[in-house]
Design a protein around this ligand. Structure first.
Ligand SMILES: CCCCCCCCCCCCCCCCCC(=O)SCCNC(=O)CCNC(=O)[C@H](O)C(C)(C)COP(=O)(O)OP(=O)(O)OC[C@H]1O[C@@H](n2cnc3c(N)ncnc32)[C@H](O)[C@@H]1OP(=O)(O)O
Ligand SMILES: NC(=O)C1=CN([C@@H]2O[C@H](COP(=O)(O)OP(=O)(O)OC[C@H]3O[C@@H](n4cnc5c(N)ncnc54)[C@H](OP(=O)(O)O)[C@@H]3O)[C@@H](O)[C@H]2O)C=CC1
Length: 492
């Protein structure tokens, strides 16, 4: 969590930001941070404070290992110097096996709290949860709800079970939670409450985190998670139908709002030391609601004006809450074109791939539909309280006032952000992308005409009446043509 701007990382008051980060794909923690800081995201900060990177200190850590795999030396440094912890590491996969999700989201949180207890100068522990941790309820207050099961008991009972048994009993265990992610995030909140002792704790619950609204620039996004993958698939003309309710609130929250609120909560927790953990529902629905139907409209409109490169078909996605209608369009608009395209690839000696892409897409949207088909109500009193606690200057610098969010503009920037920063497409190539869409439109017209003529030919071969209508129409056309030719010869 780095606040990119004059206020935080580059502030002379912040001596260091220790970033717990694992090694990945052969890259050490240092190399990963180095690569990360090269990102365009940090351009502004680099301009303002060129040597800001000196304050960011990578600490090699792995959530699956005992003691978070921290070296003794690192433990000593952290326990002596850290003032505020922001704990956001987690698995966010919806299909994570329960044991693994439990390890990453619950046990690792417990371990970090144990480390926090040893920190001599710690003023605040901020835990990032999710607004959907309690998605089994319709109305969600800013409180920690009793857990579905005592986390320590679950951890102990799963310890001796092999993965196959755990997989079999997972649906029974998670009950009315839709996946292991939200379930383990609910347990993690409970662990934070139980294990925090005398620590000053804040819990942030963002809803669906989307591209940046303002900072460091509008539209920053760098992954396929949540709606981003759906927007891209729709923009590429692959996704044509999805189950979602037009009238359900789309509780997106820009990433910079989440970060600003998290930093402000860190300050409030450290300074005001609330007696018990304060929970902040970081959501937009109750304050400035926007609906999935409106999102669909603005996503489609943006991608028609700013097309993605090499689209599979012209963007035209529709959402429906009706299961059967959705299945029909999946068959007609997803599977049938995929089969045709794969046939074309086979015939031209290439490897078929479209059906595989659609199968992955169906798996992904199948997991997201739970969240796009219903509404939740989140109380956001603590978010409002926090805003009122900030000075006018801080309220501007750490802006999380979502009443000012202009949704159509935000969605447009979001879609363009997926094009620029996720797909790395150049805006200068938009004319070529438009040309490609025109080509696709002509292919569609030709295909539809050929199909219509074919169906009609089959039909008139079987019905005398259809044949009579056909001959009547053809002779009428001939008569009209000959009349037209004769009258134009006369006028010449
Ligand atoms: C037109 C308008 C429509 C309007 C309606 C829109 C409705 C949208 C609804 C969104 C609701 C979102 C709700 C989220 C609520 C919870 C929020 C949170 O707390 S927590 C946050 C929420 N947490 C999440 O969002 C996590 C959800 N994601 C998952 O759980 C898994 O990725 C998976 C199960 C979907 C696929 O697993 P698996 O098959 O093993 O595949 P891998 O993971 O290995 O990825 C393979 C490749 O696919 C890429 N890619 C990934 N996702 C998508 C996507 N959606 N699509 C496309 N692509 C996607 C991925 O980058 C990778 O690319 P590459 O590296 O190969 O190039
Ligand atoms: N995205 C969203 O819509 C929402 C997210 N949240 C919460 O926000 C937080 C951040 O999520 P988000 O940024 O979206 O997700 P990411 O997957 O991008 O972030 C999760 C982080 O956890 C780290 N991590 C995962 N496994 C391990 C491990 N074994 N050891 C060390 N580090 C690990 C990842 O590191 P690495 O880079 O090495 O993979 C990554 O940096 C999470 O707590 C999530 O629950 C809440 C609501 C919505």
């Amino acid at each position: 969590m780095l606040k990119v701007g004059a206020g935080c990382v580059c502030s002379s008051h912040v001596k260091a930001v220790y970033l717990l980060i694992r090694t990945k794909q052969g890259q050490s923690s240092q190399q990963r941070i180095h690569t990360m800081l090269q990102s365009k995201l940090f351009d502004r900060l680099r301009d303002e404070t060129p040597d800001f990177h000196r304050k960011i200190i990578p600490v090699s850590s792995e959530l699956t290992q005992p003691g978070l795999a921290l070296s003794d030396e690192d433990v000593q440094t952290l326990t002596q110097h850290v003032h505020i912890i922001f704990h956001c590491a987690a698995t966010i996969r919806f299909d994570e096996p329960l044991k693994h999700a439990l390890q990453l989201n619950v046990i690792a949180t417990h371990q970090l709290l144990s480390l926090a207890q040893q920190m001599q100068q710690l003023h605040a522990f901020i835990h990032i949860s999710t607004a959907y941790a309690n998605c089994n309820r319709r109305h969600i207050d800013e409180v920690i709800y009793p857990p579905p099961v005592e986390p320590s008991k679950l951890i102990h009972s799963l310890e001796w079970m092999d993965d196959a048994i755990v997989r079999d009993i997972t649906p029974k265990l998670i009950g009315d939670w839709p996946n292991t992610y939200t379930y383990t995030k609910a347990l993690a909140e409970c662990v934070v409450q139980q294990e925090s002792g005398n620590l000053n704790v804040g819990i942030i619950r963002p809803s669906i985190v989307g591209a940046s609204w303002q900072e460091p620039f509008p539209g920053w996004i760098d992954n396929f998670n949540g709606p981003s993958g759906v927007f891209i698939a729709a923009g590429k003309g692959i996704l044509r139908t999805m189950r979602a309710s037009n009238d359900a609130v789309a509780d997106l929250i820009p990433v910079d709002v989440v970060i600003n609120l998290t930093l402000a909560a860190g300050w409030y927790t450290a300074v005001h030391r609330p007696k018990s953990a304060l929970v902040y529902n970081c959501t937009t629905g109750g304050i400035n609601p926007f609906h999935w139907g409106e999102i669909e409209h603005h996503v489609m409109s943006t991608f028609k004006r700013n097309p993605l490169e090499q689209a599979f078909r012209r963007p035209n996605a529709n959402i429906t809450s009706n299961y059967l209608i959705n299945q029909y369009w999946i068959l007609v608009s997803h599977k049938f074109p995929a089969l045709l395209y794969d046939l074309f690839l086979r015939l031209s000696g290439q490897k078929p791939q479209m059906m595989r892409i659609f199968n992955r897409l169906h798996k992904a949207i199948g997991l997201l539909e739970y969240f796009s088909s219903q509404d939740w109500e989140w109380n956001s009193d603590n978010m409002n309280m926090l805003m009122n606690q900030l000075s006018t200057e801080d309220r501007k610098m750490f802006n999380f006032d979502v009443r000012q969010l202009n949704w159509p503009e935000y969605i447009e920037n979001y879609c363009i952000g997926t094009k620029k920063y996720v797909l790395n497409e150049d805006m200068a190539d938009i004319p070529a992308a438009r040309q490609h869409l025109r080509k696709l439109r002509n292919i569609r017209y030709t295909f539809n005409t050929v199909l219509l003529v074919f169906i009609w030919r089959v039909f008139i071969a079987r019905s005398q009446m259809a044949r009579n209508i056909w001959y009547f129409v053809v002779s009428l056309c001939f008569k009209f043509l000959s009349y037209f030719r004769a009258s134009s010869t006369l006028t010449n």
